[in-house]
Structure formats: structure tokens, C-alpha cells
Design a protein around this ligand. Structure first.
Ligand code: ADP
Ligand code: MG
Length: 728
């Protein structure tokens, strides 16, 4: 085993950067070449069809069957011109990732040959078997029908010779079984509510658009080393492993130079992203060794989320070509930073206004403060729900650990905005002023041009931070479907905006001047929702106490955090704005608890297996070597040198005590699992896994990690952190 381990490590380090085939063209030449975007639609559809489709997309209309047939005709020709042989509805079930079922374009031609067929019916709607996807009891297997239906707002694309059509996925009875359906509903709600409020400031506004710019963090490990770690393969994270002597203490990885092997991979990935229309822009090292980030230019939220899901499968494929395994898990390694996926979120109007940007005129500033106050109120009222929307078995390891926000939602505003709010609440003065970017002159370095300093400071410890023209929702996990957070956030903000609009309208109806009515409501919201505002250090223990005093949701157990979805307030809210019915909410929580328990169950089984079949045998072998040694010492030195034998015996005792603890720990864990598995309620089961089996696993791991430091390095059966974490 030991030789294998070292061969694997050697091979990994010996590998050269893989050369990529860099197209000679510029990104603008191949950007979107596999996307049925408007340029391609224009080329492949007759003009009447093109106009009708664009009108349907822009104005959220539904397609007639005739129009769908015409679109399908053009899309098929485009897809085949670009090498596609199959088509697939591409949807986002309640599991991690995406689902697709491929069908060939071919049909019998009646003369013994085939023709390529693809009509509007196949484009618009299909019937995947819904019972094979998580559904929380909505689907009974005897009526397993589910429908996938084309989402015209997200363009079709080609991957590996398959035309992929983004679709929603719903049950026969109409309930959503995916992330996209409620996301589209939430985006429609925030459009409607946002438009109503934005029209206070500009009557020409017809739509409010929600924007998302995600930042995807990930780890890379060498594929060969990965293959030698069953825990990484089966669960996506290391279930054991002592910290490496050097990890991130020197802070030398963040923004450090990118190893050439990794850079070759990144370049390849960016090219593939661009071909699929994903506007990948930023890349850098992250804080932990082997941790990196990719961020695109922000886009409309539904499209941005499709692109993130696409990226998550693309990144694994491209990494594979470069002999890397990508880890999207939130916490693949204990003791170093985990991976998040910051969701930069904003609202803008179809007239081009960005609603979270302070403006130059008093009217712009009032509009900014109006949307800010509403976001603040929404986040405050529903802080528990927002936390639920980012919670999962995997993200639970990250929140509150190294360099990640705690499991409490608060909102950072920065000095300047805070001062403006402070003035608004403590005085009757209605004027709102923002200094624009200030110049910063550097002393004694004349060769550097004047710098422009942003008027918002940065706070990396806040889960929800205002960053000058947008909010950065930082608590989202790296493996998550952003839709979960985006559904909750856009929904709560939509609901709040509806109520704001109603309150202002009531005041206007009672004779108040519009601006006065707005500012009064804004002031009220700021006063009532101050408790969510926190600009201090979110990682400190004092904040946890303070947050509890303020009445913010401080629940840290994920299975219980999910309860926030089914409180009467949440059920009412989602019903009111038409995002989820109660049936959907209840079913989705069942799925969440089930997935939570299953993930921990798998981890616990893998850990038990590794402990008993890998670690204990090796430790026993090492122990017997030491025992042999003691016997030989006694034989040669007799009782002359007791100290020598005593030291050896002490080591043997310590090894033995860890081995006993591991064996007992595994027996207890297996029994605890048995008791948990028979619990009828998914919620109770998930809670048992959280409260009992998780600590069981931590205890076993503790003893294994101790043994790792004692047992002969040559014998240790798994690649260690120091081998996994440093790519050269
Ligand atoms: P950071 O410094 O926080 O790491 P990055 O440059 O990595 O920032 O990512 C910032 C992300 O925020 C990008 O995806 C960017 O396009 C996005 N973004 C910028 N402005 C907006 C906006 N108004 N709305 C939504 N996202 C935005
Ligand atoms: Mg970034």
C-alpha cells in the first residue's frame, strides 16, 4: 500500500502542465458559438417567427403551438449544423446538479431509412418519469407523470453533440419538482412589485430585472491522489486527515501566482465557458491552498443560474482532462477555508436604472434609499428563512468555521450609507446626500495616477453585505444551486415592495404628497429594522450573543433551520406572491430532510469502513512491529535499559487506546444509525443524524487523526493533507 501511495504522489508531482488548444480567434469571435442566441435565431428563423419569439421572451408571453413548431424547425437545423445528433430537456431537480434525458433526432422515414425529426411538441414539452426524482411525496409512483416544459427566457445550447433545452419540471398535478419553476415565479413577483415601486420615480419603467453575479469557489486535487481517497470519491470531502503542518497560516495563496498546471486548466475552462455563452471574467487563487475562484460578468438571475449550473458540470469535465478532480463541496478539508459561492445580487429597470446605486440627483437618491430600506426590512423580517435557503448538510460544515459567516443573517451597510440612514432616522431632515468617489493622492509616489476610492468599505465577515451598487449574499455554499437563495431573496423583497407600495398609495390617497409619503415610509422601515444592521466583526463570539439579544434567528442545526420554510409567516408569504403553495413547501422540506440524513448516512458508512478496514489493520500492524521491538530490546539489553522499552511501551499503549476508541466509536455509530434509520419522520431522522451521528463521526475522526501522526508514514493507507493540498 505504501509504495502505491508514493507512486501516486510521485506521478502527480511529475506531471507537466497540459497544453491546451487555444483558438487563434478572440473570445468575441467564439463567444456563444454553441448557444441558440438572438444572432442565431435571426439567422435560422423566418422573420415573423423571430419577431414573435423575441416578443414572447421580452414580454413574458406564452408560445402558440404553431410558433413553437416554427422555432423547433430552425433550432433543429442550427443544432445539426453545429454537430448535434440528440436533443434533451435540461432541468434542475431537487438533487444537486441537473438532469437530462437524450433522444436522437432520428425517425423512420417509412421507406426503410430515417429522417431527422424535431417538432414544436418535442421542443415545448416532455414527460420524464417524475417518480425517480426527489419529490417529497407529491408524486405517487402509480401516477408518476411529470412534465418538463421549455423556459423560453433561457437560450438552448449544445454540449457534446446534444441540443440542451432549458426546462422547468412539474408534477402532473402542477406542483413544481425543481428549482427553476419557483425561481421564475419569484423573479416575476419581484418584477411586478419592483416595477410598481420604481414607477413612483419613473413612469416609463415597465420591468424590473433581478441580476445575479456568482463567484464560484472550488478546490482542485490531483486525480490520482483523489482516486486513492475513498472518502473524497464517495462524499466529496475528507472524513479524516490531520492538518498539514503548513496550510494557510502564511496567507501566501490568496491572489498568489497561479501554478502553470492550474493556469492551463483555467484557460481551457474559460474558453469552454465562452463557447457556451458564460461570460467568465475573473479568476484567482483563494485563501486555502489549492483553492480557486471563477466569476463571470453578472447577468439576469435565471440565466446566470443556468450558467452556474452549466459551469458546475463543465468544470468537472475540463478538470478531468487536465488530470485534476474539482471539489465543489463546501468543506473538503478540515482546518482550512471552505468554499462558498457569493451571490452578488441587484435590481435594475428596463430603462437602465440600477436600483441599488446611489445617484447624483435627490430623486435618484430617494429611489436608492427606498429600495435599500425595503431590502433591509425584507431581510430582517425573514432572516430565518434566508438562512434556511442557504442551508444544507454540506454548507453546515462551512458556516461559522474558518473564514465563513456564522449561521446568523445580518446586513452590512458600510460607513457612508450607515451615516445617511442615521441622519434620516434621528432628524427631520429629508435631504439625502452621497459623496461620489473621492480621489486619493499617494504621497511620494508620483508615478502612480490618482486612485478613486469607493464609497463603501468592505466587510468580509458579513453574510449579506452592501457593496456599493449591489448586495453580496455571501453565505451560499459552493455546491448549492443558487436558485434556492435567489427564490427566497427575490420573494421576500417582492412581498416587502408590494406592502410598501400599498402603504405609500394609502398615504397619497389620504392627501399626502408622494415624496413625503415615500420618505416617511422609508424612515419607518429603517427605524423598525435596525436590528438586522451590523457592521462589526461577524466572526466574533460577542456578535453571536448580541444577535441573540436582538432576536435574530440563531439556530445552528440545519434540520431545524429548515423549519423556517413552513412557519405560518413563510407559508402566507409564498402563497401571497404565488411562489410556493403549502403543499410544495411541505414536500420540499421532506426532500431536504431526506437528503440531509442520506448524506450523513453515506459519510458515516464510508467512515466506518475506512476506520475498520484501512486504519485499524494498519495501526495493528504498526503496533505489532513496536511489540516486536520491545521484545528484542528486552532480549538484548535484559532489564538493564528499562527506559528504552518503557518509551516504546508507552507509544504502544497510546496507539492501543486510540484503536479501542475507534472500534468502540464505530460500534456506537452503527447502533445510533440503526436507531435513526427506523424513525418514521424525515425531520426526526435528520435531527438524529445531526445530533447523534455527526458527533459520533467527529469522535472517530479525532482518534484516527491522532493515529495518523503516530503510525509509520510509509504504512499510512491514504494520501495525507500535505500531499492533497499542494499542487506543484
Ligand atoms: P469580489 O471582489 O467580491 O471577489 P468579484 O470580482 O470576484 O468580486 O465578483 C463580483 C461579481 O459581482 C461579478 O460577478 C460581477 O459581475 C458582479 N456584479 C457587479 N456588479 C453587479 C450588480 N450591479 N449586480 C449584480 N452583480 C454584480
Ligand atoms: Mg471574487
Amino acid at each position: 500500500m505504501s509504495t502505491l501511495r508514493f507512486k501516486v504522489v510521485e506521478e502527480a508531482y511529475g506531471r507537466k502542465a497540459v497544453a491546451v488548444d487555444i483558438p487563434k480567434d478572440r473570445p468575441s469571435d467564439y463567444f456563444g458559438m454553441y448557444v441558440f442566441n438572438r444572432t442565431q435565431m435571426y439567422r435560422y428563423l423566418d422573420h415573423k417567427t423571430y419577431d414573435a419569439l423575441v416578443d414572447a421572451i421580452d414580454n413574458k408571453k406564452s408560445l402558440s403551438r404553431e410558433l413553437a413548431n416554427n422555432v423547433a424547425k430552425g433550432m433543429k437545423v442550427w443544432a445539426m449544423d453545429n454537430g448535434a445528433r440528440h436533443y434533451s430537456h435540461w432541468f434542475h431537480p431537487l438533487t444537486d446538479g441537473t438532469a437530462e434525458k437524450h433522444d436522437g433526432f432520428i425517425e423512420h422515414d417509412g421507406k426503410g431509412g430515417v429522417i431527422e425529426e424535431f417538432d414544436g411538441k418535442l421542443l415545448v414539452q416532455q414527460e420524464p418519469d417524475a417518480s425517480s426524482f426527489p419529490n417529497g411525496g407529491i408524486r405517487n409512483t402509480f401516477e408518476a407523470r411529470g412534465y418538463s416544459a421549455w423556459d423560453i427566457s433561457s437560450p438552448a445550447f449544445i454540449i457534446d453533440h446534444t441540443l440542451c433545452i432549458p426546462t422547468i419540471f412539474i408534477a402532473y398535478t402542477g406542483e413544481s419538482l425543481d428549482y427553476k419553476t419557483p425561481l421564475l415565479r419569484a423573479l416575476n413577483a419581484v418584477d411586478k412589485a419592483g416595477t410598481a415601486v420604481a414607477q413612483f420615480f419613473d413612469e416609463n419603467v415597465k420591468h424590473v430585472i433581478s441580476y445575479l453575479g456568482w463567484e464560484q469557489e472550488y478546490f482542485l486535487v490531483d486525480k490520482a491522489l483523489y482516486a486513492a481517497r475513498p472518502d473524497l470519491v464517495m462524499t466529496g470531502r475528507t472524513l479524516m486527515g490531520h492538518e498539514s503542518a503548513k496550510n494557510q497560516q502564511l496567507e501566501d495563496h490568496y491572489f498568489g501566482s497561479i501554478p502553470s498546471r492550474v493556469e492551463a486548466f483555467m484557460l481551457d475552462l474559460e474558453i469552454e465557458c465562452h463557447k457556451l455563452g458564460i461570460p467568465a471574467k475573473t479568476r484567482h487563487n483563494e485563501v486555502a491552498p489549492n483553492q480557486f475562484e471563477l466569476a463571470p460578468i453578472f447577468e439576469e438571475t435565471n440565466l446566470a443560474n443556468d450558467h452556474n449550473l452549466l459551469l458546475m458540470s463543465l468544470i468537472a469535465e475540463v478538470a478531468n482532462k487536465h488530470n485534476f478532480q474539482v471539489l465543489l463541496h463546501e468543506k473538503p478539508f478540515a482546518g482550512v477555508n471552505g468554499s462558498g459561492k457569493h451571490n452578488n445580487w441587484s435590481l435594475g429597470t428596463d430603462t437602465g436604472a440600477m436600483l441599488f446605486s446611489p445617484g447624483k440627483t435627490p430623486k435618484d437618491n430617494l429611489q436608492f434609499m427606498t429600495f435599500l430600506a425595503n431590502v433591509m426590512a425584507a431581510v430582517n423580517k425573514h432572516n430565518g428563512l434566508l438562512k434556511a435557503s442557504i442551508s444544507s448538510a454540506t454548507n453546515e460544515h462551512r458556516l461559522g468555521a474558518n473564514e465563513a459567516p456564522p449561521a446568523i443573517i445580518s446586513m452590512f451597510l458600510g460607513r457612508q450609507v450607515s451615516e445617511v440612514i442615521e441622519k434620516l432616522i434621528s432628524t427631520d431632515d429629508d435631504t439625502i446626500n452621497f459623496a461620489s468617489k473621492e480621489g486619493l493622492k499617494l504621497k511620494n509616489v508620483t508615478q502612480i495616477p490618482e486612485l478613486l476610492v469607493d464609497n463603501t468599505d468592505r466587510n468580509r465577515t458579513s453574510p449579506f453585505a452592501f457593496t456599493g451598487n449591489r448586495f453580496e449574499f455571501r453565505a451560499i455554499g459552493s455546491s448549492a444551486n443558487c436558485a434556492s437563495a435567489m427564490i427566497a431573496l427575490n420573494a421576500v423583497v417582492a412581498d416587502q415592495l408590494f406592502s410598501f407600495k400599498a402603504n405609500v398609495d394609502a398615504k397619497i390617497a389620504a392627501g399626502e404628497i408622494k415624496e413625503k409619503a415615500i420618505i416617511e415610509e422609508v424612515r419607518k422601515l429603517f427605524i423598525e429594522n435596525q436590528q438586522i444592521h451590523f457592521d462589526g466583526n461577524g466572526y466574533s463570539d460577542e456578535w453571536k450573543e448580541e444577535a441573540a439579544r436582538r432576536g435574530l434567528d440563531c439556530e445552528a442545526s440545519v434540520p431545524k433551520i429548515f423549519d423556517a420554510y413552513t412557519t405560518p409567516e413563510s407559508i402566507d408569504l409564498f402563497k401571497r406572491i404565488g411562489v410556493f403553495t403549502e403543499v410544495e413547501l411541505v414536500a420540499r422540506n421532506e426532500v431536504k430532510w431526506e437528503i440531509y440524513a442520506k448524506k450523513l448516512q453515506i459519510e458515516s458508512r464510508v467512515l466506518g469502513d475506512l476506520a475498520m478496514n484501512h486504519v485499524i489493520p494498519v495501526a495493528t500492524r504498526y503496533q505489532s512491529l513496536l511489540l516486536d521491538n520491545v521484545m528484542k530490546i528486552k532480549e538484548i539489553f535484559g532489564s538493564d535499559d528499562d527506559q528504552m522499552a518503557e518509551q516504546e511501551k508507552e507509544t504502544i499503549r497510546r496507539i492501543a487506546s486510540h484503536m479501542v476508541a475507534i472500534k468502540e466509536g464505530v460500534i456506537k455509530m452503527v447502533n445510533d444509525r440503526k436507531s435513526a434509520n427506523v424513525l418514521e419522520s424525515e425531520r426526526e431522522k435528520a435531527i438524529a443524524y445531526h445530533d447523534i451521528i455527526k458527533p459520533d463521526m467527529d469522535n472517530i475522526r479525532y482518534h484516527i487523526d491522532k493515529l495518523e501522526l503516530m503510525v509509520d508514514n510509509e504504512m499510512w493507507p491514504l494520501p495525507k493533507y500535505r500531499e492533497l493540498l499542494f499542487i506543484r
